[in-house]
Design a binder for this molecule. Structure first.
Ligand SMILES: NC(=O)c1ccc[n+]([C@@H]2O[C@H](COP(=O)([O-])OP(=O)(O)OC[C@H]3O[C@@H](n4cnc5c(N)ncnc54)[C@H](O)[C@@H]3O)[C@@H](O)[C@H]2O)c1
Ligand SMILES: [Zn+2]
Ligand SMILES: [Zn+2]
Length: 367
């Protein structure tokens, strides 16, 4: 079928919104009619050409939500008419990682997905007969996509899809970091570095876990105000002084849990240093530039601080994303303040400009 999609033709150039061909879903694949898609830094990062693992031409986009239009042979996990959120982090349910409660890093389709192919090593997308790759296995800057069934989370049909799409990446990453990776305990003190969608999600997650004190650190005043709306109790301006300030505010000890959601290795270091001796846990969510390393004084670890990373908030997508959407529907998570702009697919490059200018938290494309 012919669909409209935003294609990254060449790195560093604007995306080209155009008609492309989308083939029928193969075995265990699903055709999804997309209704909404958030625009995330990873899309812009790949588009810029800075990411050495990027590929082109490809249809970008990975924060999608839509409705199952048609199922390929053997599909059993979703059915026609189901509302779904796309998962760049799939859950096959069978691999050694899916069977372990300790990780969400499903191994089933990793290699092909990393290269922009569906699990059988081919693509369903093409332009003038030339294959286009599937970005992150999702390619959701489009009217339709074909995806493996293990990469779709079936969510409540009542949930508005223009909100549900945010659970496909940034928001779930932050929520999961607090709820699942760190498992913040009731009554604890948390510090979240960065008040983008990931950091704001971590603030909300810490609140849902019953944290007593939630400090949020950012450079932008407006973003800190949004953090207050998600449950932050203390708003702090970041900078070289921040570790000292946090230690002072916590009786000289530091926080029970710290979260890094900036992508800066300097801030990651601050997040480790702001964690409490004895049991402080620092959870790193940000993606650092290639080749950068995190500098930590080992004594901080000997004296009981721990550091861990969190990919997609440690969430097993098909199980945990629907549960988070249910919490949103129950009124536990306030999603609307994260949506700053609503744009059409044709305006996708505008969404990148807004992101570069740090104008708002998320632009959502209405497809
Ligand atoms: N782990 C994952 O699975 C996953 C998923 C999505 C995004 N990410 C990564 O998480 C990070 C955050 O994503 P986002 O969408 O929220 O980004 P964002 O750019 O919207 O937010 C980052 C925030 O950090 C703030 N910041 C920058 N320098 C700071 C400093 N020195 N002190 C305090 N705050 C500072 C910025 O002002 C900004 O508000 C990125 O690195 C992104 O690539 C990771
Ligand atoms: Zn993303
Ligand atoms: Zn798996």
């Amino acid at each position: 079928m012919k669909i409209r999609a935003a294609v990254l033709e060449r790195f560093g150039e604007p995306l080209v919104v155009q008609e492309v061909e989308l083939a029928d879903p193969g075995p265990n694949e699903v055709l999804v009619r997309l209704l909404a898609c958030g625009v995330c830094h990873t899309d812009m990062y790949t588009s810029s050409g800075v990411d050495p693992s990027g590929y082109a031409p490809t249809v970008l986009g990975h924060e999608g939500a839509g409705v199952v239009e048609r199922c390929g042979e053997g599909v059993s996990l979703v059915g026609e008419g189901d509302h779904v959120v796309t998962l760049f982090s799939p859950q096959c349910g069978e691999c050694v990682h899916c069977r372990s409660p300790l990780t969400n890093l499903c191994l089933a389709i990793r290699e092909q997905q990393n290269q922009g192919y569906l699990p059988d090593g081919t693509t369903r997308l093409a332009k003038d007969g030339e294959p286009l790759r599937h970005f992150m296995g999702t390619s959701t800057f489009a009217e339709y996509t074909v995806m493996p069934e293990i990469a779709l989370a079936r969510v409540d049909r009542e949930a508005p899809l223009d909100r549900a799409c945010l659970f496909a990446c940034g928001l779930s990453t932050g929520l999961g970091a607090a709820i699942k990776t760190a498992q913040v305990r009731e009554g604890s003190t948390c510090v979240v570095f960065g008040a983008g969608l990931v950091g704001l999600g971590a603030v909300a997650g810490a609140r849902l876990q019953g944290a007593e004190r939630i400090m949020c650190v950012d450079l932008a005043r407006e973003r800190l105000e949004l953090a207050r709306g998600q449950g932050a109790t203390d708003l702090l301006e970041g900078g070289p002084h921040i570790v000292e300030q946090i230690l002072e505010m916590t009786g000289g000890f530091g926080a029970d849990y710290t979260f890094e959601a900036t992508g800066s290795v300097g801030v990651m270091r601050q997040a480790v240093e702001a964690a409490r001796m004895g049991w402080g846990l620092c959870t790193v969510c940000g993606v650092a530039a290639r080749g950068e390393t995190l500098d930590v004084v080992p004594r901080l670890l000997i004296t009981g601080r721990r550091v861990c990373g969190s990919s997609f908030g440690g969430l097993k997508g098909r199980d945990d994303v629907p549960a988070l959407v249910d919490r949103y529907m129950a009124g536990d998570i306030d999603v609307d303040p994260f949506i700053s702009h609503r744009l059409s697919l044709d305006d996708v490059n505008r969404a990148f400009e807004l992101m570069e200018a740090q104008d708002g938290i998320r632009s959502v494309l209405e497809l």
